[in-house]
Design a protein around this ligand. Structure first.
Ligand code: TMP
Length: 242
């Protein structure tokens, strides 16, 4: 990135730079992948570009469906311009199907389709290992008012409705996903971060006999191999459809 832009923040998968317009930022998607709070790390050439392009497509779809997001435009294949936000330190996970940590922490069987979406909220804090948090604790810590939390939950359910049916059209089961929200400069709550195979679980619906074919970061988390091939397949299907 050109050094006239100041690095404001570097996360595990993205870098955020200043923009000449003070209400915007430049987000660069990195090729780094981490899992289990960065206990496991690797680099996949081309991942940043794929996640940036996939996220841009999905943000555009959400904006068309009246969901407020930080996305403004692509700058190039691995960089986007977004509205500057004050990130709310919560990770909002929505689950349609039981998998991952839900099955490690409960007796619910892996692969169970849930009767209605489950929302799990985690505190975004690496030092504490992103713990599961309650509504009362969120209020106690003054992270959000209960009104704003309700608004975020409502937006997450709406986003799920849009994404679930979109991905079904391209033969993908949206198992679960993680969202992050923030306040824009006018103090409106908007969707931030990214929507990509790094923070969604996608299972290929073309598989027979209930075999699970993960087309997401589980390929890295569970040492399955073929991560770039899986992310490319997601991008290919989105591109063919939109
Ligand atoms: P989990 O089953 O490990 O709790 O993950 C649920 C969803 O959230 C899954 O789609 C992966 C995503 N996720 C993230 O994006 N970041 C994280 O740090 C974790 C733990 C999960």
């Amino acid at each position: 990135m050109n050094n006239k832009y100041e690095l404001i923040y570097e996360g595990k998968a993205k870098k955020v730079f200043s923009h000449n317009d003070l209400d915007k930022v430049i987000i660069e998607f990195k090729d780094d992948a981490t899992a289990f709070n960065a206990l496991k790390k690797a680099k996949f050439e081309g991942k940043g570009k794929l996640n940036c392009l996939i996220s841009a497509r999905i943000f555009k779809l959400l904006i068309k469906n009246n969901i407020p997001t930080h996305f403004l435009e692509l700058k190039n294949e691995n960089t986007m311009i977004a509205k500057k936000i004050e990130v709310i330190p919560l990770e909002i996970v929505l689950r349609n199907t039981a998998y991952g940590s839900l099955c490690k922490q409960t007796t619910i069987k892996s692969g169970t389709d849930l009767a209605r979406p489950l929302i799990d909220i985690y505190l975004k804090n690496d030092e504490l290992n992103d713990p599961l948090i309650t509504k009362d604790r969120i209020e106690l810590m003054n992270i959000l008012s209960s009104k704003d939390l309700d608004l975020i939950i409502d937006l997450t359910l709406k986003i799920n409705g849009i994404l679930k049916s979109f991905f079904k059209n391209i033969q993908l089961k949206l198992v679960d996903f993680k969202l992050e929200f923030g306040y824009d400069l006018k103090k409106n709550i908007i969707l931030g971060d990214e929507i990509s195979p790094d923070n969604c679980r996608f299972w290929d619906l073309n598989q027979k006999n209930d075999t699970i074919l993960s087309l997401d970061k589980d390929r890295f988390r569970n040492d399955l191999g073929g991560l770039i091939e899986a992310y490319s397949e997601i991008y290919r299907r989105i591109n063919n459809f939109l």
